[in-house]
Structures are given as C-alpha cells and as structure tokens.
Design a protein around this ligand. Sequence first.
Ligand code: F6P
Length: 569
Amino acid sequence: MTSTPVDPTTTAAWGELYGHYQDFRGDLRGWFADDPARAERMSHTAGDLLVDLSKNLATDGTTELLVRLAREVRLPERIEAMFTGEHINVTEDRAVLHTALRRAPGTQPPLVVDGQDVDADVAAELDKLSAFADDVRSGAWTGVTGKPVRTVVNIGIGGSDLGPVMVYEALAPYLKDGLEVRFVSNIDPTDIAQKTAGLDPETTLFIVASKTFGTLETLTNARLARAWLWEQLQAGGAIEDDADAKQAAVRAHFVAVSTALDKVAAFGIDPANAFGFWDWVGGRYSVDSAIGTSLAIAFGPDRFRELLAGFRAMDEHFRTAPLERNVPALMGLLNVWYVNFLGAHTHAVLPYAQQLHRFPAYLQQLTMESNGKSVRWDGSPVSTQTGEVFWGEPGTNGQHAFYQLIHQGTRLIPADFIAVANPAYPLSDAEGDGKAVAAGADVHELFLANFFAQTKALAFGKTADEVRAEGTDEALVSARTFSGNRPTTSIMAPALTPSVLGQLVALYEHITFVQGVVWGIDSFDQWGVELGKKLALEVAPAVSGDDAALGAQDSSTQALIRYYREHRA
Ligand code: F6P
C-alpha cells in the first residue's frame, strides 16, 4: 500500500489531545478514590490474559481521544491491510503476514496473496518441521555414527536467535528429558567456543537459522561449527579425513532454516533438510515460523502448535475487538500518549516470571528495530517522536537494581508488569524466618506480593504526611516521600503455557504495529541495521593489515585499529 500516511499531528483528535494534555494532571489517588469502578472498567481480557490498564495516567477522556486518534489515522483499515496481505512493508514492497503463520488450519476461504496459497504453504512447512522434530525426539534421526541427537545448537542472530532463545527459556519446564538446546549468535568467537565446549559431536545437531542465509555472523559461526564437527569426529575416529565422509557428516549434523534455499545447498546442507519461510515474515516476527524448529524439537510439535494457537488467539482479538476494548490497540495508544504528550523516552517491561528473563531482550528487537524510524512509509520525515527505548529485567531482581529511578527519579517511565498465577515450580519455605515469612509460606505468593506492592507503590506513592506519621525525622521526610503517579500496566495469566506465551508475544507485536500506524512509519524494514552490516565488511581489511584501507578511515578509527594491531599478540 503506497497511500500517504495520515500525519497524526494534523488530526482533530491530536489537537484535542494536546488541549487535554495542557490541563492534564495525573492523580491516580484521586481517580481511584472517586471512582470505585475504575479498575474494573479499565481491565480487559484478551485470550487468557487479564490486562489492567487502570494504573495508567489516563482518564476516560484520554482513552476516548486516543481511540479517536486511532480511527483518524485509519488503524482499523491498516489492521485489515496487514491481515489480508497488502504490501504494507512499503520500502521492501512486501506483504507483512506473520499472522498467516498461525491461522487456524482449514480456515475458509484460504489466504491467497500475490498468487501464493499462503495457508497451504504454511501448513506444508509446519508439517515438514513437525515430522523432523518428531524424528529427532524419537531418535529416528541419527548422526553420522548412528547415535540419536542429545544437543541441538541453533546458530542465528537477531530474529533468528532472540525469539528461539526467549521461548526456550520461557518454556523450559516442557523440555524433553535428555535434550538440550544451545544458542550461538555472536561473532565473538567466545560464543561458539563456549557453546560447543564439552559437546559430543556424534550427538550434536546444528540448525543454521538465517532468513537471508547471508548474515556475516551466522555464516561465520556455521563454518566454525562445521570445522569443529569435522575435527571432532575425526579426532574420535568416527570419520576419515575425506570429502565424502565430511559431506555425509554435514548432511547428518546440519539442517537449515531460511528463505534462501539455494544458499543452503551451497553450504552443503541437504535441501531436503532445510525448512523454509517467506519474505513476508520479518526476522523479528519469525519465531513462530520454521525459525522455531529448535523449539519444536525441544518441546515437541504439539507444544509448538499450542504456541501458535496462542498467537492466533491474540490475532483474533486484535482483528475483531472494538478499539475501546482492544488490548493491543489501547496499550499502543497509551504508549503514544506517553511518548508524544507526556514525554516518556523509555518503556520498561518487568516480568515477574524468571522464565521470561529474555523477554525484554526479545522485545528490544521487536519494538526498536520496528519503530526506530525517522521517516514515514512514503519517505517524508516523521512529524513526532517515534520508538521509545524498551528495556527491563525480571522482578524481583530489578527491584534491587534500577527500580529506585522508576520510583523516585525525575523521568517518567511507563512499565508493564507481567505475572502468572501458577508457578512452574511450586515451592514452599518449610521453615520461614519466624517473622515476615511464615513457616510453609508459598514462595510464589511472596513473589507476587512484590508485583502487587510495586505497582501499588508506583501508582499511589507515599505522601510526606504518611512518612511523618511513621515517626520519620523531618530532615528525612522528603527523601522518603514517593510522588506516585508512575504509570504501570499489569498483565496476568493463569500459567506460562505455550499458548499464553504466544498470546504475550502477539500482544507486543500488535502494540508495536499500532504505534507504527499512528506515527505513519514502516515498522517492517530495518535499513539502519543493513548499513552496519555493510560498514563492518568495509572496515575489515583495515583491521587485518591492509594499510591502504586503514588510510581511508577517519583519524579516530585509524588510531583504534592501530591500537588493536599493536596489541594483538
Ligand atoms: O539485525 C538485522 C537483521 O536483519 C534482523 O532484522 C534479522 O533478524 C537479523 O539481521 C538476522 O538476519 P538473518 O535471519 O537473515 O540472518
């Protein structure tokens, strides 16, 4: 779709939001005191998620204006355009169809885009990777010496790494006994050296995951892995040092996931063992494609399909729920309110679930590679600030690190708190401490008490009078006062199942989309990152000793490279 984006700042709703902002004073204490129904009215369900927006700095009037803004920038039409395969990735002239990866099998009518029967292709690829995953899990797939796989090493970076790592950690309790997945991403040789350390080459399977099969880091690591495999197999007497044996080893120990199957074959991987996807799946939106092959092996194809069903539940909500109750739309719009009116620069995501410890890192690529743009999809400059910095760590660790700034700093940091009711490991503290922690205390309850207490303290703070009433020395009252009005969204689910995880990921995919639509940007390209890839290759000869190439660098870069060359042993 090459239509001109609507400039949000020219809409009537934007003008009214600006007026609203000028009179705006956050008063969560007052709003809650005056309106006992606030929490109920501002809490919504989407799939299995309960999302409480009531501790945000928004009144009903704010929400109403934001929803009007969404209509004026044609959000409903853009949602349809995405789901139906219009080329909304304008700068690459591509459809954006990660939602097609999780459509219900047999949906009628089938989705046909640009002449491709998308549903049929997705189903065929899913069946293929499922059969492969089953073979690896059952031991039917063996290495070159006939032994079953015990360790899968996924080699990929960016979207070909962050999603699989995040899901692997999140669903760890579902891991099949006797299997392990390791992830190599960094071109720092430490990564592959450490991840292959101690592995038995005869029971190791490498998955080279790269949409383009041209990413420097991934291809370099894949070659290092291949060399490691040959060397280790030969050292153990498993194969001879001859070309046929080496080729057979690669075919038995390497598979690939890519959209570039010709390049896969050139690497020596049997194209029959390559799992494909399509250019309409962005790297950061690809964990539910064949990029998740390591996950289907680790947890089984059925669990992988449950994950997809979770994504689907959120897709259906996003596509069908009215904007007033549409959770991704409301959360995306609130983010716009914070960024463009209240001046927030960052957004924290704070999972109270250790299993989600890589979720903030995953979201960094999803949100920042998508919305870190300065031009709109027609090439004109954006008219507002865009993409905030996403960051976070699991609670309660973060409480003892950076929450101080969220509670009492000068900056506004909207934060999403995420928790589940049922822990994967329900442990109790048999002894307790005889004081605050009773004998037999359910540790998950202590954990969640922190979640509830933090969101409460951030919203309502502690007034100077309350501090004084505790008998605090007057000189310390201001240091111990909390302003409150620090906005949070609370997201809760029954348990961290594959489906719930899929719902969470899709929720953030769609939040990101909503913000991109308001800002009029193409959330699906990443030209800024492409430049970095090219520059590294240009500098590489200078690092390796090419003086002419060194001379072509700026003085700072020259000095740094010289330092390296002088100090490298
Ligand atoms: O970092 C830029 C990027 O293009 C990401 O968008 C992508 O996820 C990553 O590189 C890896 O790309 P590929 O899967 O093609 O190796």
